[in-house]
Ligand binder design. Structure first.
Ligand SMILES: C[S@@+](CC[C@H](N)C(=O)[O-])C[C@H]1O[C@@H](n2cnc3c(N)ncnc32)[C@H](O)[C@@H]1O
Length: 235
């Protein structure tokens, strides 16, 4: 489900260690994103990725098979099973009694609007100031798109909004600076161009829109939110 660039992006996000706190994943499925995050994290710190996944059959979201064994086999094969703390439960169940601050929150669970909204509402308050949130399927799926508009784009508490393919990543702050708000306008304009280009019949317009977003937001803002100056992100 993830593109190569998205896997690479998660690998870099996993390395984020400029703030204290846990790294939490909501929705692991077969473990591709878990592996990318954990491989990144293992490069810079010893903390495990908390991988929340109920491994339940969910026909409404087109999950018809039990993939728990496959998830465990995949993280073992990748050699990072000791870097992952699996929580076999829903995000709602995991949120009950959760008290740890979070430095990195990756939301890729149930994409229906009410569920995505619940994930955001339950987990975002635990993210520390300066911490990073990232969400998947934010270009095509209505649920994550609407949650982003309502809680992130309209809010003044998130900045350096970077969009890489279907991932939108951003940093939580107390109050976004004026410059950050201008950058957000730029990102949202390019996002609108990309979404329009996806529907247009003009040859190569979709690819152009995707690359533009990647190059301007992901290659510029992503290193900023990670507080690193790596030119290798999102190539
Ligand atoms: C899109 S898949 C995740 C893909 C995975 N992140 C990856 O990139 O390889 C969504 C996953 O969310 C899980 N899920 C559904 N409802 C959930 C909930 N309430 N809490 C946590 N995970 C949930 C589903 O079982 C499914 O495995």
């Amino acid at each position: 489900m993830l593109t190569h660039a998205e896997v690479d992006c998660l690998y870099h996000l996993g390395q984020f260690n400029q703030r204290e706190g846990a790294s939490v994943e909501i929705g692991s499925w077969k473990g591709k994103s878990t592996i990318a995050l954990a491989l990144g994290a293992a490069k810079v710190h010893q903390e495990k990725i908390c991988a929340i996944e109920p491994h339940k059959i969910l026909p409404e979201e087109k999950y018809f098979e039990d993939i728990e064994a496959e998830f465990f086999a995949n993280i073992k094969q990748a050699g990072i099973d000791s870097q992952v703390a699996p929580l076999i439960m829903t995000s709602e169940e995991a949120a009950r009694g959760w008290t740890k601050p979070i430095r990195l929150l990756w939301i890729d669970g149930d994409h229906r609007y009410e569920s995505t909204k619940l994930d955001f509402a339950l987990w975002e308050p635990h993210v520390v100031e300066g911490g990073i949130l990232a969400m998947h399927d934010t270009i095509r799926k209505k649920g994550p798109k609407r949650v982003l508009w309502e809680y992130v784009f309209r809010s003044g508490r998130f900045q350096e909004i970077a969009i890489l393919d279907s991932i939108t990543a951003f940093r939580k702050v107390e109050r976004a600076s004026l410059l950050a708000r201008l950058r957000k306008c730029m990102t949202l304009t390019m996002r609108a161009i990309y979404i329009a280009a996806r529907k247009s019949r003009v040859p190569h317009s979709k690819e152009f829109g995707r690359k533009l977003l990647r190059q301007v937001t992901a290659q510029t803002w992503l290193p900023m939110i990670l507080l690193v100056f790596s030119a290798n992100i999102a190539r």
